[in-house]
Design a protein around this ligand. Structure first.
Ligand code: PSU
Ligand code: MN
Length: 305
């Protein structure tokens, strides 16, 4: 039945059948998170890093109404350039398929599709969360609800302070989502290694992490995990500079009345402009670092008995 909707690339299908480690990758970061051509270059390099560290990469997107698990080089290039790609979260999926559109998957929809095909580890940059001012706007990313229900471990660099980090962590606690610090006690804030908030558990190696994840799902404690992996020190941004850029971007979004699914892409692109591309460089490096950890984690998880 799923074949009607999903096309799995041969290499990925084979790996899944043989219980080999696979890491999924989202595509909103490609089409709405970074400009061309850096987006395509980054996506390619991310796949390479996953491969070099023992797993098979599977970038997920929707092309002509079909869910693709694993993209060809041409498809990746197309996705990176195309202007007609809809940002697709949970609620968008059925309509993008029915209308035969192109869609870029968010953390939420990449988790859904990963789960459908049996991929348990997913690498991204940052997850969505509770936006600043959510007390009034109710703007809470569907990513958080997905983490509450869907059995996929998400490796990210924490959340940006375009969000309310404290409220995001509270929400994850309420929903029973473990927040792990990979070799850190402090939850990272994407561009910087520190946020002022602690993680629930610090884990220093992927084997130990794989054990805990296996235990969670063995006990039928459904839902995902946030594996927060801080940006490498040498690529970290100056926290004052980046926070000023974020403040200005948030203010402009408010003034322009940006709402709903447009908010996150708007803020990301504004921050890039304000920092004259410096934030993009950091963004790219932290994604590489997440791909590396995710690949090792998927490898260890596939060896867990
Ligand atoms: N945060 C980032 N970079 C991103 C995103 C979030 O630092 O590219 C993307 C991810 O795809 C995430 C989505 O799932 O934005 C969240 O969007 P929203 O806040 O509209 O749920
Ligand atoms: Mn939102």
């Amino acid at each position: 039945m799923l074949n009607k909707y999903i096309e799995i690339k041969e290499e990925v299908r084979k790996a899944l059948e043989e219980n080999k480690p696979v890491v999924s990758l989202e595509s909103t970061i490609i089409s709405h998170g970074m400009p061309y051509p850096q987006n395509v270059e980054t996506a390619r390099k991310v796949e390479e890093i996953v491969r070099e560290n023992g797993s098979i990469p599977a970038t997920i997107a929707i092309l002509d109404g079909k869910i693709k698990v694993g993209l060809t080089d041409e498809e990746l290039e197309y996705l990176g350039k195309a202007k007609n790609v809809v940002k697709a979260s949970r609620r968008d999926l059925p309509f993008i398929l029915a209308k035969k559109l192109n869609g870029a998957t968010t953390v939420a929809s990449t988790m859904i599709i990963s789960d459908l095909v049996g991929i348990r580890v997913f690498a991204t940059g940052g997850v969505g969360g509770v936006h600043r001012g959510a007390q009034q706007t109710f703007d809470i990313s569907a990513d958080l609800m997905e983490l509450a229900h869907t059995n996929v471990a998400v490796v990210c660099a924490g959340v940006k302070s375009i969000l309310d980090i404290g409220l995001t962590l509270e929400y994850l606690e309420t929903q029973g989502v473990p927040v792990i610090g990979f070799a850190t006690d402090e939850f990272p804030a994407f561009y910087t290694r520190k946020s002022g908030f602690n993680v629930d558990y610090r884990v220093d190696d992927t084997k130990e992490l794989a054990k805990a994840i296996k235990t969670k799902w063995d006990l039928n404690l459904d839902g995902g995990l946030v594996i927060s992996n801080p940006i490498p020190e040498e690529y970290e941004m100056d926290s004052e500079k980046i926070n000023t850029a974020i403040e200005n971007a948030v203010k402009e979004a408010e003034e322009k009345g940006i709402k709903g699914k447009e908010t996150t892409p708007f803020l990301l692109s504004k921050i890039k402009d304000i920092t004259q591309g410096k934030s993009l460089e950091s963004n790219i490096e932290l994604v590489y670092n997440n791909a590396l950890v995710a690949s090792k984690l998927a490898y260890d998880l596939s060896n867990e008995k």
